[in-house]
Design a protein. Structure first.
Ligand SMILES: [Fe+2]
Lengths: 280, 265
């Protein structure tokens, strides 16, 4: 896709939306005023219609690529075939950012397609940092690593989560994607002060934030991405804006996906907080 | 505990294959949250993994889902998940063995065409997601000197596949996917059917080749070189392979070519 038609400036700002198939038609018809989209890289590793839609949308909007398949924390060898497919997509789309998670999704060649957490040990830190570096070498660019909201934590960790992430970013020389909802959900579920988390992260490495909705089930908060951003997360986002300033932010919605207007209203809410016009 | 050992235990638990002692061993490594005991946390992963694989099957096999209904489909999915292992980070690669599994799944035997419909759905899914491909490069073809024509191997489009069935599975597929399809009663005894599943640009298609076309398509699919094709005795009703080639290129059925290695003297 290099050359004609590509938006040459791939820097992003403001509040973007997750690109989801139910909205293709709307976007391609009305070219809504949305500053950028985040596409799920795993949906575009083949060809055909999905990639065609993404290519057309890329002609008008900056794109970030967000994936779940790198399995950066796994003790399995890096999946080179997957990495090459990702590289082909990255070269084609010329995204502003490429991100994946502080997680692993496979073991012994078996994929379970869910983001499993790591113990925050020195061994894990060394392991993930080295793999992130290798991925960055192949892609020829820095990637962003996103924090999870795990259902369990491991005993016997050497680091707290925010210490682990900060040290990882330093050792791997990667950037961070701060999911504010995940911090909120984790703080509630596992009982820590979310502001301690935000304060500990190296601000210069946080390049993007995520906002999403959680759901409560039996006093545990699940990061379902299936509803609007909740009040507590908006409040934490305001704190995060003070710390990380105008970092581009994404509205994520993956289950029970509503009309594009609903997502745009969420984005407008975030935008208002960014320009400090609306107090929740 | 070392990372490798921990991941082995965790993966087994998330995939539902952990023994009771492995489960206990894992729980000893975990710190429950204030509101969710560790074993419930593991259970949440197991449920989530199971749900992801199920939803993927539902998306790839919507016609089977419709034909058997939600409860029966979930029962089939449960049985499949017992042995179905995902070996790719791409969820779209999961479920290739589902049609073969259905052939052996005795509770579904009363729907004799179900496994064939599943086969068709898998091929449709693969064609839909196949890599993009330009049209056959006619200029490059023209540059092949005549003495090498015998060794030309023509290729069907990436992701194209041939499927034969004793049942009119294309009609069953159509009625259950295309809202405007004509809803006549389908005659299951109308005889066998042969389908070419392929993608033409951005539209995935089910074409019904004639008997001669079918034989030729099979030959192309198995990489029979041009010289060999010309020597085979195809009943082409008066036309020749050389005349058919440009038509098939134009239609998009032939998408690429290469030269077979010359046989050692
Ligand atoms: Fe996120």
């Amino acid at each position: 896709m290099r050359g004609a038609g590509v938006v040459t400036d791939s820097s992003i700002q403001g509040v973007g939306l997750g690109l989801r198939p139910p909205h293709y038609a709307d976007i391609l018809r009305s070219w809504p005023a949305i500053p950028w989209f985040e596409a799920l890289s795993d949906n575009y590793l083949g060809g055909g219609l999905p990639l065609h839609h993404l290519t057309r949308i890329r002609e008008r909007y900056p794109i970030t690529l967000h994936g779940v398949g790198l399995s950066l924390g796994s003790v399995d060898p890096l999946n080179q075939a997957y990495l090459q497919r990702l590289k082909v997509l990255v070269d084609r789309v010329e995204p502003s950012f490429v991100s994946d998670h502080l997680a692993w999704v496979s073991h012994g060649g078996r994929y379970f397609h869910d983001l499993a957490p790591l113990p925050y040990t020195e061994e894990a830190l060394e392991h993930v940092a080295e793999r992130i570096q290798r991925v960055q070498d192949v892609l020829g660019r820095q990637i962003l690593i996103e924090n999870l909201s795990p259902y369990v934590r491991f005993a016997g960790s050497d680091y707290l989560e925010w210490e682990f992430l900060s040290e990882l970013a330093r050792r791997a020389d990667c950037s961070l994607l701060l999911d504010v909802n995940n911090v909120f959900v984790n703080a509630f579920n596992h009982g820590f002060d979310p502001l301690t988390y935000l304060d500990a992260l190296p601000a210069e490495r946080v390049k993007e934030m995520h906002l999403a909705g959680y759901e409560e089930e039996g006093r545990f908060l699940f990061d379902t991405h299936g509803r609007a951003v909740q009040d507590g997360v908006w409040a934490l986002y305001r704190q995060a804006l003070q710390r990380f300033e105008q970092v581009p932010t994404l509205i994520e919605w993956d289950a029970d996906i509503p009309a594009l207007e609903v997502l745009m209203a969420e984005a407008a809410k975030a935008e208002a907080l960014r320009s400090d016009r609306l107090l929740p | 505990m070392k990372l490798a050992a921990l991941q082995q235990l965790f993966a087994a638990a998330a995939l539902g294959t952990a023994s009771a002692s492995e489960q206990a061993h894992l729980e000893a490594q975990l710190q429950g949250s204030r509101v969710l005991p560790a074993w419930q946390g593991i259970e949440a992963y197991r449920t989530s993994v199971d749900g992801k694989l199920r939803r993927s099957l539902e998306q790839i096999y919507p016609v089977c889902h419709r034909l058997v209904g939600e409860d029966f489909f979930q029962a089939m999915a449960s049985a499949f998940l017992e042995h179905g292992v995902s070996r790719s980070p791409d969820l779209g690669d999961y479920g290739a063995e589902f049609p073969a599994f259905l052939s052996d799944f005795s509770p579904a035997w009363s729907l004799a065409y179900l496994a064939d419909v599943a086969r068709l759905e898998w091929l449709w899914h693969r064609a839909f997601n196949a890599p993009d491909q330009p049209r056959l490069d006619l200029e490059a073809l023209a540059r092949v000197p005549p003495e090498h024509w015998d060794r030309l191997v023509f290729r069907l489009p990436a992701g194209a596949a041939l499927i034969a069935s004793d049942y009119p599975i294309h009609r069953i597929w159509e009625i259950n996917t295309v809202s405007t399809a004509c809803h006549d009663v389908i005659d299951l005894d109308q005889g066998g059917i042969r389908i070419l599943v392929w993608r033409d640009g951005h539209s995935t298609r089910l074409d019904l080749p004639s008997e001669t076309e079918w034989k030729l398509l099979q030959a192309f699919a198995s990489g029979v070189p041009f010289g060999e094709l010309c020597r085979q005795d195809f009943d082409l009703s008066g036309t020749t392979i050389a005349e058919l080639l440009p038509l098939w290129v134009q239609r998009g059925w032939l998408r690429d070519f290469d030269l077979q290695e010359a046989a050692a003297p």
